[in-house]
Write a protein that binds this ligand. Structure first.
Ligand code: B1M
Length: 211
């Protein structure tokens, strides 16, 4: 049986090889991929955030951890995403303009796909026109999901909501926002339709928004 104890520390150390090997061995042993994320890898990234806030870690160290995490996510993704099935709905997702964090956004996209949603991932640092154009390209209901991890970019979420209104498509577009600094109050204040604190809750929210 794969030894999972060192996985969190390997993420903190940014040891991509070790993270990849532990995750690979665990998956071969039949360990639940979601528990690898929620019990080991995400807590590792959160500790990296604390080390960054304390001035112990700087960008190079944080980037190493992010690369280690993203490398192993490639192993986890096919298992979370699963095979073909009827779509549960369409979701456009991206990290807003000015924000290049993508780990949380990628996890949300992965879990949505795993739950049958068709996901258009616009990537990071996405200008509002891209969100609006993508939403316009759908005729029926669609969710626009925006992720933000840093407070200076939060206004951009409100700008996108306003731009969707100005484009005359707000009535058929649901807006979902998320990321560490996002609160329910903030989501309400910008006119979003909902927020979720993690990827699993994002799936439940997406289901309820399109129900
Ligand atoms: Co940055 N960074 N970072 N960083 N970084 C944070 C966010 C920070 C909290 C660290 C700290 O100081 N403690 C801080 C933000 C402070 C603030 O503004 N409130 C910070 C800062 C300041 C910065 C820079 C400004 C640093 C600098 O340059 N001086 C810079 C900004 C760059 C930019 O975006 N313009 C920067 C850069 C970076 C790296 C590039 C080095 C790297 C990102 C690499 C990458 O993503 N590929 C990085 C990282 C890794 C972090 C921390 C350490 C980890 C983020 C992460 O991956 N978390 C982060 C500390 C922290 O968050 N505690 C930090 C794990 C991930 C699974 O969680 O992303 O929260 P999270 O996603 C969750 C939920 O939030 C939710 O579900 C996800 C899964 O459970 N969720 C959604 C997310 N999106 C959602 C969307 C939804 C629904 C739910 O619907 C659409």
């Amino acid at each position: 049986m794969a030894d999972l104890a060192p996985l969190k520390q390997a993420v903190i150390d940014g040891n991509a090889k070790k993270v990849f090997e532990i995750v690979k061995a665990a998956l071969e042993d039949g360990v639940d991929p979601q528990s690898l994320l929620t019990e080991h890898m995400i807590p590792g990234m959160l500790e990296v955030g604390e080390l960054m806030a304390e001035g112990e870690y700087f960008i190079p160290e944080v980037l190493r951890s992010a690369k280690a995490m993203n490398g192993a996510l490639e192993l986890v993704e096919p298992l979370l995403v699963g095979g073909d099935r009827k779509t549960a709905g369409d979701v456009i997702i991206g990290s807003v303009k000015g924000d290049i964090h993508n780990i949380g956004k990628n996890l949300v996209a992965m879990l949505l796909k795993g739950n049958g949603f068709t996901v258009t991932d616009l990537g990071v640092d996405v200008p509002l026109e891209k969100f609006v154009d993508a939403a316009k390209s759908f005729e029926g209901p669609v969710i626009v999901g925006m992720s933000a991890l840093i407070t200076p970019v939060l206004d951009e979420m409100e700008n996108v909501v306003k731009a969707l209104e100005e484009a005359g498509i707000r009535d058929r577009v649901k807006v979902m926002v998320g990321g560490a600094p996002i609160t329910e109050e903030f989501a309400n204040s910008i006119g979003a339709d909902g927020t979720a604190s993690d990827a699993a809750s994002a799936v439940s929210l997406a289901k309820s928004l399109l129900a």
